[in-house]
Design a protein around this ligand. Structure first.
Ligand SMILES: C[S@@+](CC[C@H](N)C(=O)[O-])C[C@H]1O[C@@H](n2cnc3c(N)ncnc32)[C@H](O)[C@@H]1O
Length: 357
Protein backbone atom coordinates (compact mmCIF):
# COMPACT_ATOMS: atom_id res chain seq x y z
CA UNK A 1 0.00 0.00 0.00
CA UNK A 2 1.24 3.51 -0.87
CA UNK A 3 2.89 5.53 1.85
CA UNK A 4 0.67 8.01 3.74
CA UNK A 5 1.14 11.63 2.78
CA UNK A 6 2.82 13.51 5.60
CA UNK A 7 3.99 16.41 3.41
CA UNK A 8 3.14 19.72 4.93
CA UNK A 9 3.57 23.43 4.32
CA UNK A 10 7.04 25.02 4.33
CA UNK A 11 8.25 25.63 7.86
CA UNK A 12 9.67 28.73 9.56
CA UNK A 13 6.32 30.59 9.34
CA UNK A 14 6.85 30.60 5.53
CA UNK A 15 3.28 29.48 4.91
CA UNK A 16 1.80 32.23 7.09
CA UNK A 17 3.98 34.81 5.33
CA UNK A 18 2.92 33.74 1.82
CA UNK A 19 -0.66 32.47 2.08
CA UNK A 20 -2.48 35.52 0.67
CA UNK A 21 -4.21 33.35 -1.96
CA UNK A 22 -5.61 31.06 0.74
CA UNK A 23 -6.66 34.14 2.73
CA UNK A 24 -8.69 35.31 -0.28
CA UNK A 25 -10.19 31.82 -0.58
CA UNK A 26 -11.12 31.76 3.09
CA UNK A 27 -12.62 35.28 3.06
CA UNK A 28 -14.92 34.18 0.24
CA UNK A 29 -16.38 31.52 2.57
CA UNK A 30 -16.97 33.59 5.70
CA UNK A 31 -20.53 34.62 4.84
CA UNK A 32 -21.49 30.92 5.15
CA UNK A 33 -21.10 31.27 8.93
CA UNK A 34 -23.22 34.36 9.28
CA UNK A 35 -26.72 32.95 9.71
CA UNK A 36 -25.66 30.04 11.94
CA UNK A 37 -27.27 30.38 15.34
CA UNK A 38 -24.60 30.34 18.03
CA UNK A 39 -25.52 29.01 21.47
CA UNK A 40 -23.68 29.94 24.69
CA UNK A 41 -21.26 27.04 24.35
CA UNK A 42 -19.80 26.43 20.91
CA UNK A 43 -17.11 24.06 19.66
CA UNK A 44 -15.47 24.98 16.36
CA UNK A 45 -12.93 22.73 14.64
CA UNK A 46 -10.68 23.76 11.77
CA UNK A 47 -9.43 20.69 9.91
CA UNK A 48 -6.06 21.43 8.28
CA UNK A 49 -5.31 24.69 10.10
CA UNK A 50 -1.66 24.85 8.98
CA UNK A 51 0.41 27.63 10.63
CA UNK A 52 -2.81 29.32 11.64
CA UNK A 53 -3.04 32.85 10.27
CA UNK A 54 -6.11 32.06 8.16
CA UNK A 55 -7.57 29.71 10.72
CA UNK A 56 -7.43 32.40 13.39
CA UNK A 57 -9.19 34.81 11.00
CA UNK A 58 -12.07 32.34 10.59
CA UNK A 59 -12.29 31.75 14.36
CA UNK A 60 -12.34 35.53 15.01
CA UNK A 61 -15.16 35.91 12.50
CA UNK A 62 -17.32 33.49 14.49
CA UNK A 63 -16.24 34.69 17.94
CA UNK A 64 -17.29 38.28 17.25
CA UNK A 65 -20.90 37.12 16.88
CA UNK A 66 -20.99 35.18 20.14
CA UNK A 67 -22.99 36.69 23.01
CA UNK A 68 -20.98 37.90 26.07
CA UNK A 69 -20.05 35.22 28.64
CA UNK A 70 -20.26 32.45 26.03
CA UNK A 71 -17.73 29.65 25.97
CA UNK A 72 -15.85 28.79 22.78
CA UNK A 73 -13.76 25.65 22.37
CA UNK A 74 -11.50 26.17 19.36
CA UNK A 75 -9.87 23.09 17.88
CA UNK A 76 -6.95 23.45 15.48
CA UNK A 77 -6.21 20.23 13.63
CA UNK A 78 -3.46 19.35 11.14
CA UNK A 79 -0.88 16.67 10.39
CA UNK A 80 1.68 15.94 13.14
CA UNK A 81 4.37 17.28 10.76
CA UNK A 82 2.65 20.69 10.63
CA UNK A 83 4.52 23.61 12.18
CA UNK A 84 2.15 24.18 15.09
CA UNK A 85 4.66 26.50 16.82
CA UNK A 86 3.71 29.35 14.43
CA UNK A 87 0.05 28.85 15.28
CA UNK A 88 0.75 28.71 19.02
CA UNK A 89 2.27 32.21 18.83
CA UNK A 90 -1.04 33.54 17.47
CA UNK A 91 -3.18 32.09 20.27
CA UNK A 92 -2.58 34.62 23.10
CA UNK A 93 -3.89 37.45 20.89
CA UNK A 94 -6.85 35.38 19.74
CA UNK A 95 -7.79 34.50 23.32
CA UNK A 96 -7.43 38.04 24.68
CA UNK A 97 -9.18 39.74 21.75
CA UNK A 98 -12.63 38.84 23.04
CA UNK A 99 -12.44 39.48 26.82
CA UNK A 100 -16.15 38.89 27.34
CA UNK A 101 -15.80 35.29 26.12
CA UNK A 102 -14.23 32.21 27.67
CA UNK A 103 -11.99 30.79 24.97
CA UNK A 104 -10.32 27.38 25.13
CA UNK A 105 -8.02 26.55 22.21
CA UNK A 106 -6.58 23.10 21.61
CA UNK A 107 -4.32 21.53 19.01
CA UNK A 108 -4.85 18.13 17.44
CA UNK A 109 -1.86 16.79 15.48
CA UNK A 110 -3.49 13.98 13.47
CA UNK A 111 -4.53 13.26 9.92
CA UNK A 112 -8.11 14.24 9.11
CA UNK A 113 -8.38 10.96 7.19
CA UNK A 114 -8.98 9.30 10.57
CA UNK A 115 -11.26 9.85 13.49
CA UNK A 116 -9.62 12.78 15.31
CA UNK A 117 -12.16 14.22 17.73
CA UNK A 118 -14.58 12.84 20.30
CA UNK A 119 -17.84 11.76 18.62
CA UNK A 120 -20.74 14.26 18.69
CA UNK A 121 -18.77 17.15 20.15
CA UNK A 122 -18.34 19.67 17.31
CA UNK A 123 -20.90 22.38 16.46
CA UNK A 124 -19.12 23.85 13.45
CA UNK A 125 -16.44 22.08 11.42
CA UNK A 126 -14.50 23.99 8.81
CA UNK A 127 -11.89 23.16 6.22
CA UNK A 128 -10.39 25.43 3.58
CA UNK A 129 -7.87 24.58 0.84
CA UNK A 130 -7.14 21.21 2.41
CA UNK A 131 -9.07 18.26 1.04
CA UNK A 132 -7.32 18.37 -2.33
CA UNK A 133 -4.39 16.89 -0.34
CA UNK A 134 -4.51 13.14 -0.79
CA UNK A 135 -4.28 10.64 2.02
CA UNK A 136 -1.55 8.63 0.30
CA UNK A 137 1.41 9.56 -1.87
CA UNK A 138 0.51 9.02 -5.54
CA UNK A 139 2.73 7.17 -7.99
CA UNK A 140 6.06 8.79 -8.74
CA UNK A 141 6.33 10.31 -12.21
CA UNK A 142 7.51 7.45 -14.45
CA UNK A 143 11.01 8.24 -15.82
CA UNK A 144 9.64 7.95 -19.36
CA UNK A 145 7.19 10.82 -18.74
CA UNK A 146 8.00 14.50 -19.00
CA UNK A 147 6.68 16.92 -16.37
CA UNK A 148 4.18 18.04 -19.04
CA UNK A 149 2.86 14.47 -19.50
CA UNK A 150 2.80 13.84 -15.76
CA UNK A 151 0.46 16.82 -15.30
CA UNK A 152 -1.77 15.82 -18.21
CA UNK A 153 -2.34 12.34 -16.70
CA UNK A 154 -2.54 13.46 -13.07
CA UNK A 155 -6.33 13.87 -12.84
CA UNK A 156 -7.13 10.37 -14.15
CA UNK A 157 -4.42 8.81 -12.01
CA UNK A 158 -5.52 10.33 -8.73
CA UNK A 159 -9.30 10.46 -9.17
CA UNK A 160 -10.08 7.00 -7.67
CA UNK A 161 -8.08 7.56 -4.47
CA UNK A 162 -9.34 11.16 -4.16
CA UNK A 163 -12.91 9.81 -4.28
CA UNK A 164 -12.18 7.40 -1.42
CA UNK A 165 -10.43 10.14 0.56
CA UNK A 166 -13.41 12.50 0.29
CA UNK A 167 -15.76 9.73 1.39
CA UNK A 168 -13.58 9.04 4.45
CA UNK A 169 -13.26 12.73 5.29
CA UNK A 170 -17.02 13.25 5.24
CA UNK A 171 -17.68 10.01 7.14
CA UNK A 172 -15.32 10.88 10.01
CA UNK A 173 -16.63 14.44 10.25
CA UNK A 174 -20.14 12.96 10.33
CA UNK A 175 -19.15 11.15 13.52
CA UNK A 176 -17.54 14.20 15.16
CA UNK A 177 -20.08 16.89 14.28
CA UNK A 178 -23.25 16.93 16.36
CA UNK A 179 -26.62 16.27 14.81
CA UNK A 180 -27.80 19.72 13.61
CA UNK A 181 -24.20 20.97 13.45
CA UNK A 182 -22.44 22.29 10.35
CA UNK A 183 -19.50 21.50 8.11
CA UNK A 184 -18.26 24.33 5.90
CA UNK A 185 -15.89 23.32 3.11
CA UNK A 186 -13.81 25.38 0.71
CA UNK A 187 -12.40 22.89 -1.78
CA UNK A 188 -9.95 23.57 -4.60
CA UNK A 189 -11.49 22.41 -7.87
CA UNK A 190 -10.52 22.12 -11.49
CA UNK A 191 -11.52 24.28 -14.43
CA UNK A 192 -14.20 22.97 -16.75
CA UNK A 193 -13.26 22.04 -20.33
CA UNK A 194 -15.27 25.05 -21.52
CA UNK A 195 -13.37 27.42 -19.23
CA UNK A 196 -10.04 26.06 -20.40
CA UNK A 197 -11.15 26.30 -24.04
CA UNK A 198 -12.06 29.94 -23.35
CA UNK A 199 -9.88 32.50 -21.63
CA UNK A 200 -8.93 30.63 -18.43
CA UNK A 201 -5.60 28.97 -17.82
CA UNK A 202 -4.89 26.41 -15.15
CA UNK A 203 -2.76 28.65 -12.93
CA UNK A 204 -1.95 25.95 -10.35
CA UNK A 205 -0.48 23.66 -12.98
CA UNK A 206 1.38 26.50 -14.69
CA UNK A 207 3.06 27.45 -11.39
CA UNK A 208 3.91 23.83 -10.53
CA UNK A 209 5.41 23.33 -13.96
CA UNK A 210 7.55 26.48 -13.62
CA UNK A 211 9.03 25.03 -10.42
CA UNK A 212 9.70 21.59 -11.93
CA UNK A 213 11.11 23.10 -15.14
CA UNK A 214 13.49 25.10 -12.93
CA UNK A 215 14.59 21.87 -11.22
CA UNK A 216 15.05 20.23 -14.65
CA UNK A 217 17.22 23.19 -15.68
CA UNK A 218 19.44 22.78 -12.60
CA UNK A 219 19.74 19.08 -13.49
CA UNK A 220 20.79 19.99 -17.06
CA UNK A 221 23.37 22.39 -15.63
CA UNK A 222 24.75 19.59 -13.46
CA UNK A 223 23.87 21.38 -10.21
CA UNK A 224 21.30 18.78 -9.10
CA UNK A 225 21.43 15.04 -9.78
CA UNK A 226 18.97 13.47 -12.27
CA UNK A 227 17.10 11.85 -9.33
CA UNK A 228 16.09 15.33 -8.11
CA UNK A 229 13.30 15.43 -10.73
CA UNK A 230 12.50 11.73 -10.46
CA UNK A 231 10.48 12.05 -7.28
CA UNK A 232 7.65 14.21 -8.57
CA UNK A 233 4.45 12.98 -6.97
CA UNK A 234 2.69 16.03 -5.62
CA UNK A 235 -0.08 14.54 -3.46
CA UNK A 236 -2.91 16.78 -4.57
CA UNK A 237 -6.03 16.38 -6.69
CA UNK A 238 -8.19 19.17 -8.11
CA UNK A 239 -11.69 17.71 -8.06
CA UNK A 240 -14.26 18.53 -10.67
CA UNK A 241 -17.64 19.89 -9.63
CA UNK A 242 -19.33 16.56 -10.40
CA UNK A 243 -16.83 14.67 -8.17
CA UNK A 244 -17.45 17.06 -5.32
CA UNK A 245 -21.22 17.02 -5.54
CA UNK A 246 -21.50 13.25 -6.07
CA UNK A 247 -19.16 12.66 -3.09
CA UNK A 248 -21.56 14.59 -0.87
CA UNK A 249 -24.61 12.92 -2.42
CA UNK A 250 -23.15 9.48 -1.52
CA UNK A 251 -23.51 10.47 2.14
CA UNK A 252 -26.94 12.02 1.93
CA UNK A 253 -28.07 10.06 5.00
CA UNK A 254 -25.46 11.98 7.00
CA UNK A 255 -25.28 15.40 5.33
CA UNK A 256 -27.79 17.83 3.88
CA UNK A 257 -26.31 20.35 1.51
CA UNK A 258 -27.67 23.73 2.59
CA UNK A 259 -25.54 25.91 0.34
CA UNK A 260 -23.26 25.46 -2.62
CA UNK A 261 -21.28 28.05 -4.58
CA UNK A 262 -18.46 27.98 -7.07
CA UNK A 263 -16.16 30.97 -7.28
CA UNK A 264 -13.00 31.77 -9.21
CA UNK A 265 -10.70 33.38 -6.65
CA UNK A 266 -7.62 35.32 -7.75
CA UNK A 267 -4.40 35.94 -5.88
CA UNK A 268 -4.49 39.52 -4.49
CA UNK A 269 -1.15 40.17 -6.24
CA UNK A 270 -2.96 39.74 -9.58
CA UNK A 271 -5.08 42.85 -8.96
CA UNK A 272 -1.95 44.79 -8.06
CA UNK A 273 -0.29 43.55 -11.27
CA UNK A 274 -3.32 44.59 -13.37
CA UNK A 275 -3.49 48.05 -11.81
CA UNK A 276 0.23 48.68 -12.46
CA UNK A 277 0.33 47.45 -16.06
CA UNK A 278 -2.72 49.52 -17.01
CA UNK A 279 -0.72 52.76 -17.23
CA UNK A 280 2.87 51.49 -17.23
CA UNK A 281 5.49 51.84 -19.97
CA UNK A 282 7.37 48.77 -21.24
CA UNK A 283 9.87 48.79 -18.37
CA UNK A 284 7.09 49.22 -15.83
CA UNK A 285 5.15 46.31 -17.33
CA UNK A 286 8.20 44.06 -17.15
CA UNK A 287 8.85 45.03 -13.52
CA UNK A 288 5.20 44.36 -12.63
CA UNK A 289 5.22 40.97 -14.40
CA UNK A 290 8.42 39.98 -12.58
CA UNK A 291 6.96 40.98 -9.25
CA UNK A 292 3.74 39.08 -9.90
CA UNK A 293 5.61 35.94 -11.04
CA UNK A 294 7.87 36.23 -7.98
CA UNK A 295 4.92 36.40 -5.59
CA UNK A 296 3.37 33.34 -7.25
CA UNK A 297 6.54 31.29 -6.94
CA UNK A 298 7.04 32.36 -3.30
CA UNK A 299 3.46 31.27 -2.67
CA UNK A 300 3.74 27.89 -4.40
CA UNK A 301 7.06 27.20 -2.65
CA UNK A 302 5.50 28.11 0.70
CA UNK A 303 3.31 25.08 -0.03
CA UNK A 304 5.76 22.64 -1.57
CA UNK A 305 9.24 23.99 -0.80
CA UNK A 306 9.96 21.60 2.06
CA UNK A 307 8.61 18.76 -0.09
CA UNK A 308 11.16 19.57 -2.82
CA UNK A 309 13.99 19.76 -0.32
CA UNK A 310 13.06 16.36 1.12
CA UNK A 311 13.11 14.82 -2.39
CA UNK A 312 16.53 16.29 -3.04
CA UNK A 313 17.87 14.86 0.21
CA UNK A 314 16.53 11.45 -0.84
CA UNK A 315 18.21 11.97 -4.22
CA UNK A 316 21.57 12.29 -2.46
CA UNK A 317 22.02 16.09 -2.42
CA UNK A 318 24.26 17.04 0.53
CA UNK A 319 22.34 18.68 3.35
CA UNK A 320 24.66 21.70 3.49
CA UNK A 321 23.94 22.43 -0.21
CA UNK A 322 20.15 22.21 -0.06
CA UNK A 323 19.43 25.85 0.83
CA UNK A 324 21.82 27.20 -1.82
CA UNK A 325 20.26 25.02 -4.57
CA UNK A 326 16.79 25.88 -3.32
CA UNK A 327 17.47 29.60 -3.77
CA UNK A 328 18.81 28.87 -7.28
CA UNK A 329 15.70 26.86 -8.16
CA UNK A 330 13.45 29.58 -6.77
CA UNK A 331 15.16 32.32 -8.83
CA UNK A 332 15.07 30.14 -11.96
CA UNK A 333 11.35 29.36 -11.48
CA UNK A 334 10.55 33.07 -11.10
CA UNK A 335 12.45 33.78 -14.29
CA UNK A 336 10.64 31.00 -16.19
CA UNK A 337 7.21 32.12 -14.97
CA UNK A 338 7.54 35.81 -15.81
CA UNK A 339 8.89 35.00 -19.28
CA UNK A 340 5.91 32.71 -19.90
CA UNK A 341 3.53 35.54 -18.96
CA UNK A 342 1.21 35.92 -15.97
CA UNK A 343 -0.14 32.41 -16.63
CA UNK A 344 -3.63 32.73 -15.26
CA UNK A 345 -4.71 33.92 -11.89
CA UNK A 346 -7.96 32.32 -10.81
CA UNK A 347 -8.33 29.34 -8.51
CA UNK A 348 -11.67 27.52 -9.04
CA UNK A 349 -13.14 27.00 -5.57
CA UNK A 350 -16.18 24.99 -4.55
CA UNK A 351 -17.83 26.06 -1.31
CA UNK A 352 -20.53 24.28 0.59
CA UNK A 353 -22.28 24.34 3.92
CA UNK A 354 -23.48 20.93 5.03
CA UNK A 355 -25.86 20.28 7.89
CA UNK A 356 -25.42 17.11 9.94
CA UNK A 357 -28.66 15.12 9.81
C1 LIG B 1 -2.87 24.91 1.72
S1 LIG B 1 -2.86 24.57 3.43
C2 LIG B 1 -4.36 25.35 3.95
C3 LIG B 1 -4.26 25.77 5.38
C4 LIG B 1 -5.41 26.58 5.93
N1 LIG B 1 -6.63 25.82 5.98
C5 LIG B 1 -5.60 27.86 5.17
O1 LIG B 1 -6.67 28.06 4.59
O2 LIG B 1 -4.68 28.66 5.17
C6 LIG B 1 -3.29 22.84 3.49
C7 LIG B 1 -3.18 22.27 4.89
O3 LIG B 1 -3.81 20.98 4.90
C8 LIG B 1 -3.04 20.16 5.74
N2 LIG B 1 -3.31 18.76 5.47
C9 LIG B 1 -3.03 18.06 4.33
N3 LIG B 1 -3.37 16.78 4.50
C10 LIG B 1 -3.86 16.66 5.76
C11 LIG B 1 -4.38 15.58 6.52
N4 LIG B 1 -4.43 14.34 6.02
N5 LIG B 1 -4.78 15.82 7.79
C12 LIG B 1 -4.72 17.06 8.31
N6 LIG B 1 -4.25 18.13 7.64
C13 LIG B 1 -3.82 17.93 6.37
C14 LIG B 1 -1.61 20.55 5.42
O4 LIG B 1 -0.71 20.11 6.40
C15 LIG B 1 -1.74 22.07 5.35
O5 LIG B 1 -1.52 22.65 6.58
Amino acid sequence: MAECNSMTMSSGNTYNDNCHQQTAVLKASLHLFDDIELGPNVTIADYGCSQGSNSVMMMQHVLKRMPPSSTASLIFEDLPSNEFSSLIKLLPELCSSNPSLKIYPSLVPRSFYESVLTPNTVDIGFTSCTIHWLKRMPEIKPPTETVEEYYSKRYARNAPSAKEDFHEFLTYRGQEIKSGGYLIIGCLGGFTKEELAGSYKDATVIRHKAVFKAVEKLVEQGVLPQEAVANINVPIHDRLVEDFLSGIEELKDTWVMEKYERKLVSHPAYYKYLSIVKDADREGKIAAAKEYAGTNIDWILAIMGDMLKSWWLQAGVKEDKIDEYYEMAKATAKDILWKEGPGGAEMPMMYTRLRRV
